[in-house]
Write a protein that binds this ligand. Structure first.
Ligand code: ATP
Ligand code: MG
Length: 229
């Protein structure tokens, strides 16, 4: 892989600025291919598929291609989704930026380029629900929703986890269909099988995911329980 020279302060400063604007949760912010331990053949295969996908680089964004990481609890799906995004950013950092207005006021450099973000599907639906109930939203929540819809790359974590209802299905469909139509890349993670996912978020969303995404089965044991037994 053609890796970027991170010894340059400018490159590293840009990466840090862009990465910190992506909304990666602290528990996963350092996740990378290098610290994903392929302790069994299933994880080794998942890691390899993710590396190959990340090597496609900017063409993923240009073609609106996505990733569908499916597997049991704690197998490392969210970790790998973040690792893929990190690798793409590290290798093409000059093409990535962070949203402007809030930063332009401060004495910090402006970086233009593609925006990327990560959100939990449960948080996304919860925030939309809140806005329907109260009729208004905090600026930060509004920004999160806007970025989920418009960023060039979105990690939509844990789809299918929210108790299904017609309303949840509609909200997920609205987001997935918008991104599909606009050819925006989405990386999905889920514990559900395809059949379960169809009943959780609906056939029409799953159909769009299947067309656009590279499927990666992330198997093996629950990493969270690993050192406990
Ligand atoms: N193979 C691995 N090597 C190193 N760390 C791992 C590995 N798998 C998972 N982890 C770590 O274990 C924790 C749980 O992983 P992660 O959140 O990716 O699991 P998940 O499959 O998304 O789980 P869930 O289905 O509950 O969402 C994270 O802190 C992650 O960095
Ligand atoms: Mg997860």
């Amino acid at each position: 892989m053609n890796t970027k020279d991170f010894s340059s302060d400018k490159t590293s400063a840009r990466f840090q600025a862009v990465w910190s604007s992506c909304g990666i949760p602290p528990r996963l912010v350092n996740a990378s291919f290098a610290n994903y331990e392929p302790v069994c053949p299933e994880k080794e295969q998942a890691l390899e598929k993710c590396r190959i996908f990340a090597d496609l680089g900017l063409s993923i964004i240009e073609q609106g291609r996505g990733l569908f990481l499916q597997g049991p609890v704690g197998s490392g799906k969210s970790h790998l989704s973040v690792a893929v995004l990190r690798a793409i950013l590290e290798n093409n950092i000059d093409c990535f930026g962070r949203p402007g207005s809030e930063w332009r006021l401060a004495d910090v450099p402006v970086y233009d380029g593609y925006y990327c973000s990560m959100i939990s599907a449960v948080d996304y639906v919860g925030t939309i629900q809140e806005s329907f109930k109260t009729g208004r939203l905090k600026a930060s929540d509004q920004r999160m929703i806007t970025r989920a819809r418009s960023d060039a790359v979105l990690i939509l974590d844990d789809i299918g986890a929210k108790k299904p209802s017609r309303w949840v299905e509609e909200q997920m469909y609205a987001l997935i269909d918008l991104r599909y139509r606009m050819k925006r890349s989405t990386f999905f993670t889920t514990n559900c099988t395809l059949q379960q996912l169809e009943s959780q978020i609906g056939c029409r969303s799953v159909s769009r995911i299947m067309e656009t995404c590279e499927g990666v089965r992330v198997g093996g044991e629950d990493w969270r329980k690993r050192q406990k037994v």
